[in-house]
Write a protein that binds this ligand. Structure first.
Ligand SMILES: NC(=O)c1ccc[n+]([C@@H]2O[C@H](COP(=O)([O-])OP(=O)(O)OC[C@H]3O[C@@H](n4cnc5c(N)ncnc54)[C@H](OP(=O)(O)O)[C@@H]3O)[C@@H](O)[C@H]2O)c1
Ligand SMILES: [Zn+2]
Length: 345
């Protein structure tokens, strides 16, 4: 079957339509005919090559996908062929200590569709039945593809890891990315006062429309820690959701309240940074990492998407022929939300 991805790691010039074997569902698995896939910044890292993550080539990109159940492996019940579904791209083994405790996000063998396995930008994807979730007619395939990875990430990071409760101050670093546009909505739903911090004010109206209480711009004269300190009336911020990394993490820490948390879920702009340990202990702050979500967390956030309390933010939908433009779009300064690819039936 055809897919979109690459045969060799590298830059955008390596993107290509590739041929990969059609996957066959084994016991407990479901094959889904993909109608829409969505990309994440992760796809750019996978294309470039992630140290320590060996992948099969040619490789199909895409972690997010939605479509129609096409074939059931042995022993699968509860869904039927033809049903509209979305995929949870988080894969866990279900047998390790963490999985048995119900903490699938900490699975010893945790993997992500499209990174560790062939992705969703193709005709058919096979996943365990527990990764397949029915969707109502009211949710388009594009919307369904746009929610799974970013919302579960924002949900776990702000609830289980960040411990956000009503009335707390939450700051999101970056405005238009897939994860930030989900995190703003989740933080508001949790009852937080939410500020988004970005390098220009161009995305302020769209960000406020998602519910953000404040939109703060940063530059050399107005660094992140100072604008957040001011916003928090010199109390500091309870939880800072940072996916940017090297240029922001040290300043995020400096903007924390006493016992505040910086939750790191990515390092888009660089993986190594310096922090001032004195801030860490004097504020009794913490820096915590978070990745994806467990099965229960996924169901919690999906329920809020299906009942309309959280919604997909779509930057643009690309047709199959323009898949390479979709991956290039991550560099666009006006990016706002998720990049979706339609897969013709
Ligand atoms: N741990 C996990 O489970 C998990 C899950 C999802 C994503 N991630 C990681 O999280 C990151 C974001 O993913 P994504 O798909 O949302 O990416 P994306 O759509 O490309 O968004 C990137 C965001 O980073 C912001 N940004 C980039 N450089 C910046 C800088 N120097 N200063 C301030 N903001 C900057 C952009 O802000 P503006 O819009 O304001 O320009 C944008 O909001 C990636 O590194 C990804 O790998 C991790
Ligand atoms: Zn496990």
């Amino acid at each position: 079957m055809r897919g979109f991805g690459f045969a060799e790691h590298g830059g955008l010039d390596r993107l290509a339509y590739v041929e990969v074997p059609e996957p066959v569902p084994g016991p407990g698995e479901i094959r889904v005919r993909i109608r829409a896939a969505a990309f994440n910044h992760l796809d750019r890292f996978t294309l470039a090559g992630i140290p320590g993550v060996p992948i099969e080539r040619p490789h199909v990109l895409g972690s997010d996908g939605s479509g129609v159940v096409e074939r059931l492996g042995g022993g699968v019940a509860g869904v039927s062929v033809g049903q509209r579904v979305l995929l949870n791209p988080g894969l866990w083994d279900g047998v390790c200590d963490a999985c048995r405790r119900g903490e699938e996000a900490l699975c010893r063998d945790y993997r992500i569709v499209g990174e560790h396995t062939q992705g969703t930008a193709t005709e058919f994807v096979v996943v365990p039945a527990r990764n397949v979730h029915p969707i109502p007619e009211t949710l388009s395939f594009a919307e369904a593809a746009a929610v799974a990875l970013v919302f579960q990430t924002a949900w776990r990071a702000l609830t289980t890891i960040g411990g956000v409760v009503t009335g707390q101050r939450v700051a999101i670093v970056g405005a238009g990315g897939g994860v930030p546009t989900a995190a703003v909505q989740v933080a508001k739903l949790l009852g937080a006062q939410v500020a988004v911090v970005a390098r220009s004010d161009a995305k302020a109206p769209a960000t406020r429309a998602l519910g953000a209480d404040a939109f703060l711009t940063i530059d050399a004269e107005h660094p992140l820690d100072r604008v957040l300190w001011q916003w928090s009336e010199k109390q500091g911020v309870d939880v800072i959701f940072d996916s940017v990394g090297a240029p922001t993490i040290g300043r995020s820490l400096r903007a924390t309240a006493r016992a505040g948390r910086v939750v790191v879920i990515g390092a888009t702009a660089g993986p190594t940074a310096e922090i001032d340990l004195r801030t860490l202990f004097w504020r009794q702050a913490s820096i915590r990492g978070s990745t994806m979500a467990g099965a229960a967390e996924f169901r919690e956030v999906l329920a809020r998407i299906l009942d309309g309390r959280l919604h997909a933010v779509i930057d643009r939908v690309f047709s199959w022929e323009h898949a390479a433009d979709a991956l290039a779009r991550f560099d666009a300064p006006d990016l706002f939300g998720k990049i979706v690819l339609t897969v013709p039936p």
